[in-house]
Ligand binder design. Structure first.
Ligand code: HEC
Length: 398
């Protein structure tokens, strides 16, 4: 549009310019115009950033009344921050902004709640033990808080209302339960959570380990060879469902067995087994299993061979008590005459159960068979073997 000079003269144009410039004079303002903050004693609080509109210079923000303990205002941003230390109900503060010419204000409501530490804890115990939770420390309370708990404690547990500690010796198991503990000074409240679990004790057998220390070849009694007679302690079992049965792994050496109802290991240790570990497994008929350990050390008492084969054969003949059936010099007794034999291995090893000759496989030492062959053969064919009276003698007795 072409400007008509007569409009200038009439003063209409300058008036429009003035009206336009007038918008710059509108009152300054702050955004947000109000806000509210709920802080927690001991934790950082920060208000929203404030934006000023309609200011021309740098803005300075101030609060006329004292802010909650621990909080302060940043004079150039208007942000209130800090760590409040004392609880208070919601209180309104006015933030005033000024650039020296324009002014504006905005409201901030600040409430501060107290806090409890630790804010949560959890405690797991096995029935039969007592528990004590950590004492609660209050922050921001006006006076020392007193504590209450919800839901109510049962089962032998109680709350110390001055410290917030739950303690006691639970009378029964308890599935994980969350208790809310409230601390209150009459005006302000804070809560903390405590989880408690009381588990059933695990199944167990006692003693946890046993040892068998024995000798595989004992002396003979009436022609019967005795190794070490073994009898372990019966186990006592607790916290199993139903009756308990026992087994062992790996399999026990010859002569020993486990009683499935008591766990007792008994028998006569016949074969050497050096320092071996076994696991006894206990199983409840309906629930539970536990293990214990058995250390077994069955040594071999074969005497070292130090003499000639015929002499050792004589000693083995006596040690194995062959004379009780075959006579002192093999001429026979309850059993047949056996002098002159030089192939006794099979008969001695497996015996003859139907005719009263025992099996010696678990009792023969190193060269026993070979030596007894020499001895029995020489008894008939010479040379005359030495005469020992007892198997443990080192020199032939006369
Ligand atoms: C408890 C008694 C008894 C003892 C101990 C015994 N024997 Fe015998 N033995 C017999 C009897 C009984 C027979 C006969 C078995 C048969 O005919 O089946 C026999 C058979 C034998 C025979 C076979 C004889 C043959 O002519 O057929 C030999 C060899 C023998 N015994 C060696 C021994 C030796 C070596 C020992 C010691 C390690 C020994 N016996 C210990 C009772 C015994």
């Amino acid at each position: 549009m072409k400007l008509n000079p007569t409009l200038f003269k009439s003063g209409l144009i300058p008036l429009l310019v003035l009206i336009n410039a007038g918008t710059c004079w509108a009152a300054a303002s702050l955004s947000p115009s109000s806000q509210s903050i709920t802080g927690v004693a001991g934790s950082t609080v920060t208000s929203k950033t404030i934006t000023g509109t309609g200011f021309t210079g740098a803005i300075t923000y101030t609060v006329a009344t004292a802010l909650p303990n621990g909080l302060s205002i940043n004079n150039s941003t208007g942000v209130i921050s800090g760590i409040p230390s004392i609880a208070q109900k919601s209180t309104s503060y006015t933030i005033a902004a000024s650039d020296g010419t324009a002014t504006a204000s905005t409201k901030v409501s600040i409430a501060v709640n107290p806090a409890l530490a630790p804010s949560s804890q959890s405690i797991n115990i096995v029935l039969g033990n007592s528990l004590t939770t950590t004492a609660l420390t209050g922050a921001g309370f006006v006076t020392a808080p007193s504590f209450s708990v919800s839901p109510g404690l049962v089962n032998g547990l109680s709350l110390n209302t001055a410290t917030g500690v739950i303690s006691g010796n639970p009378a029964s198991t308890l599935a994980t339960t969350t208790y809310t503990i409230t601390g209150s000074d009459g005006t302000f409240k804070a809560t903390a959570q405590t989880k408690i679990t009381v588990s059933p004790p695990p199944p167990a057998i006692s003693p946890a380990s046993q040892t068998i220390d024995g000798i595989s070849r004992g002396t003979t009694v009436n022609g019967v060879f005795t190794g070490t007679n073994v009898n372990t302690t019966p186990f006592s079992a607790s916290n199993f469902g139903g009756s308990v049965s026992y087994s062992i792994t790996p399999a026990l050496p010859d002569g020993l067995s486990i009683n499935p109802t008591t766990g007792v290991i008994s028998g006569i240790a016949k074969v050497p087994k050096l320092a071996a570990g076994y696991t006894i497994i206990a199983k409840g008929a309906t629930s539970g299993n536990a293990t214990a350990t058995l250390y077994l050390n069955i040594t071999d008492n074969c005497i070292p061979e130090t003499l000639d084969s015929a002499s050792e054969g004589r000693r083995a003949y006596l040690r194995l008590n062959c004379q009780s059936c075959h006579g002192d010099s093999g001429l026979g007794g309850m059993g047949p005459k056996i002098i002159g034999q030089n192939n006794v291995g099979e008969r001695v090893t497996i015996g003859s159960s139907s005719r009263g000759m025992p099996a010696f496989k678990d009792y023969i030492c190193g060269n026993d068979i070979k030596n007894m062959n020499t001895y029995l053969y020489n008894l008939e064919h010479g040379p005359t073997p030495p005469s020992f009276k007892h198997w443990w003698e080192a020199n032939p007795s006369q």
